[in-house]
Design a binder for this molecule. Structure first.
Ligand SMILES: *[C@@H]1O[C@H](CO)[C@@H](O)[C@H](O)[C@H]1NC(C)=O
Ligand SMILES: *[C@@H]1O[C@H](CO)[C@@H](O)[C@H](O)[C@H]1NC(C)=O
Ligand SMILES: *[C@@H]1O[C@H](CO)[C@@H](O)[C@H](O)[C@H]1NC(C)=O
Ligand SMILES: *[C@@H]1O[C@H](CO)[C@@H](O)[C@H](O)[C@H]1NC(C)=O
Ligand SMILES: *[C@@H]1O[C@H](CO)[C@@H](O)[C@H](O)[C@H]1NC(C)=O
Ligand SMILES: *[C@@H]1O[C@H](CO)[C@@H](O)[C@H](O)[C@H]1NC(C)=O
Ligand SMILES: *[C@@H]1O[C@H](CO)[C@@H](O)[C@H](O)[C@H]1NC(C)=O
Ligand SMILES: *[C@@H]1O[C@H](CO)[C@@H](O)[C@H](O)[C@H]1NC(C)=O
Ligand SMILES: *[C@@H]1O[C@H](CO)[C@@H](O)[C@H](O)[C@H]1NC(C)=O
Length: 337
């Protein structure tokens, strides 16, 4: 019975340290936190690590708070559970609706162990210090600034912009395609403008600008509005020579962004696992081999969405008619996200 005894000893050794942890205070000064601003993504990259883990690896819960303008104005709380290792860098990304240039943000974090192996009462650590995330060169020499610098959105979404005025007393008006839109004051220098359910006006974008009565500068930006991606219609494939399939569809009124083109069509075939990027937005050719049954998925995508349509068919037998058209056996649609 010697092997069993050895096994039991190892088992005891593995569990002993855990039981001794139960009397310890959790996570006294646990977390080193850093925050990086990414203006391209309008996001905060939040990184931290835990130094004083009571075990090489523990399941932990973290709570992250983000404040705007001042520390007491908490605008976001996130609970995040993960397995943490000693000194491992953990990351979260937070995207801001309000351009990060418009306001200072502050981030802090706390943690507690959530490990099912630990039996002690779980208490939150103390909060880390607030870390400031500043993206503004707010009060530069310009009398008036507008953020963000550029924007691409999908039709129907809301857009948040702000203007920063050097002279708090000055009168500022903002217009979208020539129509006055009101701002809401965030602090003495910064006002927020929210454009609700923006519509597509032109391929070249919508013009947003602000004007200050004193200096008559007109900072602004073009907002590129993309139409909501439509599902391709009338997807079908045919062949004249039984060598090449020509799969065609009607892309609908999909208009690619003029400034940030990202519309693509890709053909997938599930039995062969094949894939082809389509060069045209109306058709795509596909080499026929010995395969007789085809299950195509045509994926349309733009910067915001993907949409799939599927087509299952059997090619007419090789020996048969010359101008065999592919016979659509069934067609079904799946909306994308
Ligand atoms: C880890 O915990 C011990 C005991 O609670 C403490 O003395 C030490 O300063 C802590 N170290 C760090 C890096 O937090
Ligand atoms: C910001 O994000 C973009 C897109 O993910 C990335 O390419 C770029 O390197 C990031 N910039 C910084 C400064 O991290
Ligand atoms: C913090 O900012 C919020 C929002 O602007 C404001 O309502 C609040 O009074 C400010 N608190 C302090 C202590 O400045
Ligand atoms: C996050 O955790 C806190 C504390 O446990 C809890 O009060 C809060 O409801 C949680 N929030 C969410 C969004 O789960
Ligand atoms: C973790 O980081 C702390 C503080 O930087 C350091 O004192 C400690 O030796 C590190 N521990 C491990 C296991 O790397
Ligand atoms: C803008 O107008 C104000 C008031 O008329 C003036 O003091 C200031 O010098 C002008 N120029 C700039 C760049 O702010
Ligand atoms: C496929 O069909 C489209 C539309 O009829 C046509 O414009 C295109 O030239 C065809 N492609 C090939 C390779 O035959
Ligand atoms: C065809 O492909 C789609 C998407 O990959 C899949 O969901 C479906 O089950 C396939 N149908 C058949 C009959 O293999
Ligand atoms: C569309 O089809 C492709 C290929 O089968 C697949 O990788 C992708 O996840 C599908 N997308 C959606 C939104 O169903």
């Amino acid at each position: 019975m010697a092997p069993v005894a050895v096994f039991q000893a190892a088992f005891l050794l593995a569990w002993l340290p855990l039981s001794t942890y139960q009397s310890q205070a959790v996570l006294s000064e646990p977390l080193s936190l850093s925050v990086h601003v990414n203006l391209t993504e309008q996001s905060l990259k939040i990184e931290w690590s835990v130094h004083n883990l009571t075990h090489p690896e523990l399941q932990m819960a973290f709570q992250i708070e983000i404040s705007r303008i001042n520390k007491s104005n908490v605008i976001w709380v996130e609970n995040y559970t993960t397995t943490a290792q000693q000194n491992q860098t953990l990351r979260r990304m937070w995207k801001s609706e309000l351009p990060l240039e418009c306001a200072t943000h502050f981030v802090r974090i706390r943690g507690k162990d959530e490990d099912p192996r630990m039996l002690q009462r779980r208490v939150w650590s103390s909060w880390s210090s607030w870390v400031k995330a500043e993206a503004q060169s707010l009060l530069g020499p310009e009398p008036l600034l507008v953020f963000p610098k550029e924007k691409q959105v999908e039709e129907g979404s809301d857009v948040t912009l702000c203007y920063v005025s050097r002279h708090p007393q000055s009168h500022v008006v903002c217009k979208l395609n020539g129509i006055l839109v009101p701002g809401e004051q965030l602090d003495p220098h910064v006002s927020v403008v929210t454009l609700r359910s923006i519509s597509f006006v032109s391929k070249t974008g919508s013009n947003f600008f602000c004007e200050e009565d004193r200096n008559h500068t007109q900072p602004g930006l073009a907002i590129f509005v993309t139409k909501v991606l439509e599902e391709p219609k009338g997807f079908s494939c045919e062949t004249r020579d039984l060598k090449t399939l020509n799969c065609t569809w009607d892309p609908g009124s999909n208009i690619d962004s003029w400034k940030f083109p990202c519309q693509r069509y890709t053909l997938f075939e599930s039995f062969s696992g094949g894939k082809k990027s389509c060069k045209d937005k109306h058709w795509c050719s596909w080499q026929v081999d010995s395969q007789e049954t085809y299950n195509f998925t045509l994926q349309a995508e733009n910067c915001f969405r993907k949409r799939n349509v599927t087509l299952l068919f059997q090619l007419a037998h090789r020996g048969e008619a010359r101008a065999a058209a592919a016979m659509g056996v069934s067609v079904w649609h799946r909306a994308g996200w």
